[in-house]
Design a binder for this molecule. Structure first.
Ligand code: NDP
Length: 330
């Protein structure tokens, strides 16, 4: 069983040397356990936080743990009456070829041509739920309002903008590079996208948001968030989802425009998707309907095999992914 272990704690940027790839024996199944062959592993920015000892909403990993991660796989053997061979299952079995579960946190999923296994790690999985909980549950956008989302071509951001459109809003993305911005507008149907790497963020954001911003779905923090602060309308809402631009930095970014939030009476709310399970059924219903109707498009960056997982993870934190970052395990 090939596994990727957490070998050492990164300081600043994650390095491939922070991981160790090993082969381990698969233990015999005990009563109640299920053996799952993982098909896809999800790589997500939150994993950077678990490699750190900094104070967080979740406790960090210990050295030599199998790297944590969401997986979708197929049951190969089961001593648990709720699961049988060939069931497709979604769970957190980590960066390894095979995982053993006692069934807790393992959920059966229906895989079809329209809804492939990998979609349960993206648009119909944790990132899709994050987009819904943050935008609809917290941002509460009204038709006609302007919604801005950063990391717009990514797993979460791409769903936020398309949901905003489905709710009658103007959707504006912020993303790195022309290719990502073209995709966000032409393929995902956002009204505009600002390329923050083009060098005139403030001017371009002003041009893209002529009526100001009513909901800012924050994924990146840093200078981008600071610039968005200056465009917020009175009583704007700001779901704080992530600060990916800061996860590998050793120097905190100094916000300059915090005062604008008071002037605009902005409501900020940080949230962790796993704490909003009450909203998941409604979220899943809307997301699956939109996927089935072809109104929720997504793109995946798929690394081949666990050997390439560390490199793909580091690349995602640097913006080298284009859409949901996955690893195809088998
Ligand atoms: P993405 O698929 O969007 O991948 C990360 C993207 O972040 C990169 O592609 C890159 O896009 C962007 N990025 C990286 N560095 C920078 C930078 N310095 N400045 C601006 N953008 C940068 O990841 P996810 O969709 O999975 O996650 C998006 C955010 O949502 C993250 O902050 C994550 O931590 C957060 N999150 C929070 C959850 C919660 O419960 N609160 C749950 C899930 C995710 P580009 O090339 O456009 O710069």
């Amino acid at each position: 069983n090939k596994q990727v272990l957490f070998a050492s704690r990164p300081h600043g940027w994650v390095q491939e040397s922070n991981f160790k790839i090993v082969e381990a024996e698969i233990p015999a199944l005990k009563e109640g356990e299920i053996l799952v062959k993982n098909l896809y592993l999800s790589l997500d920015p939150y994993m950077r936080g678990r490699m750190s000892t900094a104070k967080s909403y979740a406790s960090g990993m210990e050295l030599n743990d199998v790297m944590i991660g969401g997986t979708v796989g197929v049951v190969v053997d089961s001593k648990n009456p709720d699961f049988k061979a060939d069931d497709h299952v979604l769970g957190y079995l980590g960066w390894q070829e095979y995982g053993i579960s006692n069934g807790k946190g393992l959920n059966k999923v229906n895989v079809s041509e329209r809804v492939p296994a990998s979609s349960y790690l993206g648009v119909l999985g944790m990132p899709g739920l994050t987009a819904w909980v943050g935008l609809i549950g917290i941002g509460k956008p009204q038709a006609g309002e302007t919604v801005v989302v950063s990391a717009a071509s990514g797993a979460v951001g791409s769903v936020v903008g398309q949901l905003a459109k489905a709710h009658g809003c103007r959707a504006v993305g912020i993303a790195g590079g022309k290719a990502k911005c073209d995709y966000v507008v032409n393929e995902l149907g956002f009204d505009a996208c600002v390329d923050y790497k083009a060098g005139h963020l403030a001017e371009d954001l002003t041009a893209a948001t002529p009526d100001g911003i009513d909901v800012n779905f924050e994924n990146v923090g840093g200078e981008i968030m600071d610039t968005v602060f200056t465009r917020l309308n009175p009583f704007a809402r700001m779901p704080l989802c992530g600060f990916v631009s800061q996860y590998n930095s050793t120097e905190p970014y100094g916000i300059k425009n915090f005062g604008a939030l008071l002037g605009s009476r902005v409501k900020l709310q940080g949230f962790i998707v796993g704490e909003h399970t009450d909203l998941w059924p409604q979220a899943m219903q809307e997301l699956s309907q939109l996927v089935a109707a072809g109104k929720l498009k997504y793109r995946e960056s798929v690394a081949d095999g666990l050997d390439n997982a560390p490199k793909a993870f580091i690349g995602m934190l640097k913006g080298e992914n284009f859409g949901k970052q996955l690893v195809k395990i088998s």
